[in-house]
Design a protein around this ligand. Structure first.
Ligand code: NAI
Ligand code: MG
Length: 497
């Protein structure tokens, strides 16, 4: 049954009405790639290419970095902080006014349901709004030196910043890096993922429409090897913000080491959701389902491990299985309960985990197979899947699957739950569901994660710093903490007699 107005569904067949850009965004406008090459973006909801975009290379990267350097030295460094704030605030407004175009582009490019895409666009606007207000509040310190001295510090922008963006949250991740970088006075060269090039380009265009001077934000599209690698290795880059896999993050860190370039690494996760016997049962069910099935589990902070106390284990897993089985699948523009995974590659990677688990004798509470859009029989879908109690050393417990797959771990009590929660090499986020205030905060204190959600998974907003411990990375984005990544502290001491 079609529940969407035709105005949305027409884009499943023909996305040309979105007027998606086919060039890089360099020096304030769209520009053809030097080598004249292009590549195609797929709509994972039907497994077909739907638009061409520029396939860049090191020459395009060099143009973008030169443009960002020039804009940093001659314009942005001299733009008063309050004016930077006004431009970012206008950008937030423009993002909101362009919600539908951005959300449809995001939905087709990434596969995510249109409601989630609209939420991401609204979050991107909020991110610009938040950092708009911070531009003129970057205050330094005065140091308590003896009276014949004056000592103070000031924040300076680090310079030209590179942003490597993944395909799971294209506009959110772009905004989360660009907004604080621009607020701090840095210029930007962004590289969207090759699976999802469009909203990063559209965002750069909106920034210029909002008054951002040419060259302050450049976007180069193409593959990780052809564009990402030369960008992070470029000697003109002062800082790299990377979001993606641990393996690629490691190679980016090597490149940064060569030039002593600063970096923030947002890598993978295998985040636990600890549910204790005394939780609010219905609320915990809804949250655990949302934590893993939103964007088909392709979220670095997805709650991919349910650590459940023995007393409610059976009842909880059964109810959760029913809920998961009732989730409808479909193309993102049909407003399904869950959309596809991002590519055939990603689907096959997820299915590989499930096949191996089956061979090890794992019991599936629900799901476990590939699927398609029920209207067209196409697309890269994986059923919402729950795998019953696995040991801590199981691959399903230890590896980031990045799909709609929840692995259950049964805990004897709260102490055992903490032990299981901390049993992986990742430490991005953790969820805790309990009615016991003290126990909630004990777990929050003891769990090894950059962020802890109590009684609501994904609680918080742009105000709350986000980032990982252990192999989930280092550095923090969001919040005022996120601004610091783009600032250098200069200390000044003077003898005044
Ligand atoms: P990836 O980490 O290779 O890609 C992320 C970004 O890095 C993309 O923009 C890509 O073009 C770029 N990139 C790739 N190689 C690069 C290089 N040598 N230098 C600079 N940039 C480079 O991730 P991929 O291959 O798209 O997905 C593989 C797995 O990574 C997924 O199955 C998932 O498990 C994980 N992943 C995790 C994410 C997270 O948010 N934690 C996001 C995306 C992927
Ligand atoms: Mg795509």
């Amino acid at each position: 049954m079609l529940t969407q107005p035709d105005s949305l569904l027409k884009y499943i067949e023909d996305a040309s009405g979105l007027r998606l850009p086919d060039g890089h965004f360099i020096d304030g406008g769209f520009r053809a790639p030097r080598a004249g090459r292009s590549m195609q973006s797929e709509d994972p909801g039907r497994g077909e290419a739907f638009a061409d975009f520029a396939r860049g290379d090191a020459d395009d990267v060099a143009d973008a970095v030169a443009s960002s350097r020039q804009a940093f030295n001659t314009v942005w460094l001299r733009t008063p902080p309050a004016e930077r704030g006004r431009i970012l605030a206008r950008t937030a407004d423009l993002i909101r006014r362009n919600t539908e175009r951005l959300a449809i582009a995001e939905c087709l490019d990434s596969g995510k349901p249109i409601a989630e895409a609209r939420g991401d666009v609204s979050g991107a606007a909020r991110t610009f709004e938040y950092y708009a207000g911070a531009c003129d509040k970057l205050e330094g310190h005065v140091f308590p030196l003896p009276s014949e001295y004056v000592g103070y510090s000031q924040f300076e922008p680090v310079g030209v910043t590179a942003h490597i963006i993944p395909w799971n949250f294209p506009i959110s991740t772009a905004a989360r890096g660009m907004a604080p970088a621009l607020a701090a006075g840095c210029t930007v060269v962004a590289k969207p993922a090759e699976q999802t090039p469009f909203t990063g380009l559209l965002l750069a265009e909106l920034l210029v429409e909002a008054g951002l001077p040419a060259g302050v934000c450049n976007v180069v599209t193409g593959t990780g090897i052809e564009v990402g690698a030369p960008l992070v290795a470029h000697t003109g880059i002062d800082h790299v913000t990377f979001t993606g896999s641990v393996a690629t993050g490691t190679s980016v860190m090597h490149a940064c080491a060569e030039n002593v370039t600063r970096s923030v690494m947002e890598l993978g996760g295998k985040s636990p959701v600890v549910v204790l016997n005394d939780c609010d049962f219905d609320s915990a069910i809804a949250n655990v389902a949302g934590a893993i099935f939103e964007h088909a589990g392709q979220i670095c902070s997805a709650g991919s491990r349910l650590v459940i106390e023995a007393g409610i284990h059976d009842r909880f897993v059964e109810a959760l299985g029913k809920k998961a089985s009732s989730i409808s699948l479909g193309h993102g523009l049909r407003s399904p309960g869950m959309g596809p995974v991002n590519s055939a590659l990603q689907r096959d990677k997820v299915l590989g985990f499930l096949d191996r688990a089956r061979e090890r004798g794992a019991e599936f509470v629900c799901g476990g197979h590939a699927s398609t859009d029920p209207e067209t029989g196409k697309g890269y879908f994986v059923e919402p899947t729950i795998v019953a109690d696995r040991q801590a050393d199981d691959e399903l417990v230890q590896e980031e699957i990045f799909g709609p797959v929840l692995t259950v771990q049964k805990a004897d009590d709260a102490e055992h739950a903490l032990h299981l929660a901390n049993c992986t090499r990742f430490g991005l986020v953790a969820g805790v569901f309990t009615g016991n205030f003290s126990r909630a905060h004990q777990l929050a204190r003891d769990v090894d994660a950059g962020q802890v959600y109590i009684n609501e998974y994904f609680a918080g907003g742009v105000e709350v710093p986000f980032g990982g411990n252990k192999q989930s990375g280092f550095g923090r984005e969001k919040g005022l903490e996120g601004l610091k990544s783009y600032c250098k502290v200069k200390s000044i001491a003077a003898r005044i007699g």
